[in-house]
Design a protein around this ligand. Structure first.
Ligand SMILES: [Zn+2]
Length: 53
């Protein structure tokens, strides 16, 4: 059997950086935000939606 290459992790460390603070921790690409949870929670009210209900 051939060895399969590791799958890309969509929510792993170092995949995407937060545009706001630059962390790679808990960055969410949903909605094309590219923001970490912390920043999303700060920005969400301004954008008019709740991320975590
Ligand atoms: Zn952030």
């Amino acid at each position: 059997m051939k060895h399969k290459p590791p799958k890309e992790r969509k929510f792993g460390k170092g995949v995407v950086k937060c545009r706001r603070c630059g962390t790679t921790d808990g960055v969410i690409r949903k909605y094309k935000l590219y923001l970490c949870r912390r920043c999303i929670n700060e920005v969400a009210p301004e954008m008019g939606f709740k991320v975590y209900e």
